[in-house]
Ligand binder design. Structure first.
Ligand SMILES: [Zn+2]
Ligand SMILES: [Zn+2]
Length: 366
């Protein structure tokens, strides 16, 4: 088969408009009613087919990638009819009847997951209300044991032809057959389960592997998990739009997990070890003597697993030293003793944003 671009005489990077213009010119020149003869008729078919493929973005992409001719799907038919209505005022007869078989619709479902779930990824079974191929007729649309019968109005072509005067002279035009709605056949005894649709509504459970590292707004595509097409047509795709629920302790910055740790003043002065309950198990944090409010302790590789490729983000813990507000009599005495031992140092002015904690808080909020 000749190259579609060569047939239309356009370059491979031609715009849709250039393709349309090239087709319009050739179709005028080669249309069988204007230019009778087998050679012109053959070329007309080639040109029409080439245009049919290249004018549909999906089919064109598939063709460019070297994949087949592009199936005869519903979209293809619709586009085809439109072209001829544009150029010749009505449908055309070089094409056979339309198929009942069409690809099913894509579906979009929102899936909420917890922050814990995205650290390592998770598995879910989700229920989807969708269309599935009818099990009684297996998509044939007919009561078992029966078959579609040829439409006797159009003789199975799906089109009714008639001669119409036009700018191009006397042109045979055709329009979809009203009796069979262009299918060329009639289902005399429809399947009782699906009423002749070839598919029924059903609740289906779809297993989903939510990968580690997904974030709110990520869409997962599950090819072939959308609804079944009419008359045994292939399934559309299912898209899952992820929403990650906010966690009451941990927040997320890229693949890092952030939290704060309240440390008592005395622990901050003397240093201590803190056991921290992270989302994936306990972490021992070493607090050096003299740790300051706003200091960030980084625990490597305890964040969220990266979406693409291995490795994890970090867990970042911001220290918040708590000044006690209520002291017992004894405690008060001890602190006063301590104060006497310390060299007096008046409070120092500094830049408002200078504190580490302020900067970290900005990052949390921003
Ligand atoms: Zn059925
Ligand atoms: Zn018909």
């Amino acid at each position: 088969m000749a190259d579609h671009y060569e047939v239309l005489g356009v370059s491979r990077d031609a715009t849709p408009d250039e393709i349309k213009k090239a087709y319009r010119r050739l179709a005028r020149e080669l249309h069988p009613d204007v230019n009778p003869g087998t050679e012109a008729s053959e070329r007309f078919k080639q040109v029409t087919h080439a245009y049919d493929v290249l004018s549909d973005p999906r089919q064109r992409q598939q063709y460019d990638l070297g994949g087949g001719q592009g199936g005869f799907n519903g979209a293809g038919f619709g586009g085809f009819g439109d072209i001829f209505e544009t150029f010749f005022g009505a449908g055309q007869s070089t094409r056979g009847p339309r198929s009942r078989r069409e690809r099913g619709q894509d579906a979009l479902i929102r899936l909420e997951v917890a922050l814990d779930d995205v650290i390592f990824g998770t598995h879910r079974e989700i229920d989807v209300d969708t269309a599935v191929t009818c099990e009684t007729c297996h998509g044939s649309c007919c009561q078992p044991g029966t078959a579609p019968v040829t439409c006797d109005i159009c003789g199975g072509t799906g089109h009714i032809q008639r001669a119409v005067r036009s700018l191009l002279g006397n042109v045979m035009t055709s329009s979809p057959c009203g009796s069979c709605r262009g299918y060329g056949t009639i289902i005399a005894t429809p399947c009782p389960t699906c009423q002749g649709q070839g598919r029924v509504r059903a609740r289906r459970t779809v297993p989903v592997d939510v990968p580690a590292g997904v974030d709110t707004g990520v869409r997962l595509q599950m090819p072939g998990s959308g609804e079944a097409g009419p008359a045994g047509g292939p399934n559309g795709d299912l898209y899952l739009e992820i929403k990650v629920r906010n966690h009451e302790v941990f927040s997320r910055n890229g693949d890092d997990l952030l939290c704060t740790l309240e440390v008592q003043m005395t622990d901050a002065i003397l240093g201590t070890t803190a056991k921290v309950e992270a989302l994936d198990g306990d972490v021992d944090l070493e607090l050096k003597a003299g740790v300051q409010s706003g200091e960030i302790l980084t625990v490597r590789d305890r964040g969220i697993t990266h979406l693409r490729g291995g490795g994890r983000g970090d867990l970042k813990v911001a220290v918040h030293v708590v000044t006690p507000t209520k002291l017992s009599h004894k405690e008060r005495e001890l602190v006063q003793q301590l104060a006497k031992h310390r060299k007096a140092q008046p409070p120092q002015l500094g830049h408002f944003q200078q504190g580490l904690f302020a900067r970290l808080r900005d990052r949390f909020l921003g």
